[in-house]
Write a protein that binds this ligand. Sequence first.
Ligand code: HEC
Ligand code: HEC
Ligand code: HEC
Length: 405
Amino acid sequence: MKTFFKILGGLVLLVLLAAGGFAAFVAIDGVPRYAAKPPDLKVEVTPERVARGRLISNMLCSECHMDVKTGRLTGHRLPDLPAEFGPAYSKNLTQDRTVGIGSWTDGEIAFMLRTGIRRDGQYAPPWMPKLPRMKDEDILSIIAFLRSDDSLVQADATADRESEPTFLVKFLTHVAFKPFDYPSAPIQAPDTADKIAYGRYLALDAFDCFACHSGDFKKMNDRVPEKSFRFFGGGNSMPDLTGRPINTANLTPDPETGIGKWTEEQFVKAVREGVRPDGRLLRYPMARLPEFTEGEAEAIFAYLKTVPPIRNEVARNFDPMGGPALTDGKALFAKYGCVVCHANKGVGIGDVTKAKVDFPADSSLQAWIRNPSAFKPLTKMPSFQGVIREEEYAPLIAYVRDLAK
Ligand code: HEC
Ligand code: HEC
Ligand code: HEC
């Protein structure tokens, strides 16, 4: 018996030593590096590709890489990253040849977008999405856009800041999140006539809806999305710009806790305009996605109907609707969620102080808040028509003017 315990004790000690050794190795090694093997690629920049690439960038890249201070894709600190992952900074994607990606080859950009391996071999942690299954033509369009004369990507020397991954990120990139292989065969999207297959492609391969909408980023399966923990069952918590946790919605067809009772029309409106069937606006980080055509949003709906239903009541912490009209501008800025996108000082993913120049008259500023997409069709700011009470506009606008002072 004694010997048995001795052996057992020895084994436990060995395991502990090995685990400790691995932890020390992970801490020192940091996020792993790999060999960058960019393909030989020269993208032909056509107006069609630039337009398509701009649209994709508006859906997939701008929110993280757009810097409201420079008005270009010069990068910034990701505001809504859970603290357990550490501060991360997106990078300068402009054509500047030193800090931007102006000197990267088309092949190096494609390799990074597909695999997650930067041209210096550094693996980009999960906070930079990878696009291993997006169709080739869309990848080429993104690159064409990055090379175009669009003002968002004109050379700007704003310096990059290096991310500071926590031990958890270093650990996860050693054991769970690995680079993807560069595709060995051409990738095309399924035929749009096959709604379910096309919707699956959009929701899993091109736009990563499943990543946020499954249960937990740490337990998502980026190779076989369907094997992600609580696939599309929601409840993945992420802080908004005020630090308040917002849980992702359950998008499975469960009739009670998911979207089983939603009509196709309601779903399309929620996705393209950011308005729920009960009239509530969807909150950041769920973006309105007017870039999708109705047909595309319908395809995603058709696909989601085929996902196994999961009964998961997600705590949504919505503010109560209605109530008396408010007269305090600051309270209105909070009540209508302006603060979620614009932060306390008015500068978040959009800069309200710009209204000073763009909308000097209160009537024109009111028109913007009512329906921003009448001015900028693809803006991420939702329409507040019918949401904000008429008598609330004056104090709200006065407060926005104060923020610009
Ligand atoms: C969720 C936020 C997020 C989104 C969305 C995003 N990125 Fe990034 N991106 C990052 C972060 C953070 C880094 C820095 C990675 C690191 O810390 O190593 C990065 C790095 C990069 C790099 C490497 C640049 C360099 O100098 O090393 C490229 C290229 C890039 N992103 C392109 C894109 C493109 C194109 C899109 C849209 C298809 C996109 N990103 C979408 C956050 C994001
Ligand atoms: C960055 C993370 C993120 C991504 C990516 C994302 N969502 Fe969301 N989504 C959310 C969050 C958070 C909510 C909840 C918002 C709220 O409660 O106001 C939400 C809510 C929704 C809702 C409303 C459901 C309800 O019950 O209120 C729909 C519909 C939706 N998302 C569809 C999609 C689709 C389709 C995609 C892919 C094109 C997608 N989402 C991608 C985070 C995300
Ligand atoms: C979902 C995010 C979101 C919410 C919520 C939001 N905004 Fe915005 N807002 C933006 C973005 C993004 C821009 C930048 C415009 C653009 O380029 O699309 C913006 C721009 C603005 C501007 C500057 C317009 C200009 O170009 O001069 C004002 C003013 C403004 N918002 C006010 C508000 C007010 C008031 C509220 C609340 C009633 C609000 N916003 C809610 C995202 C949001």
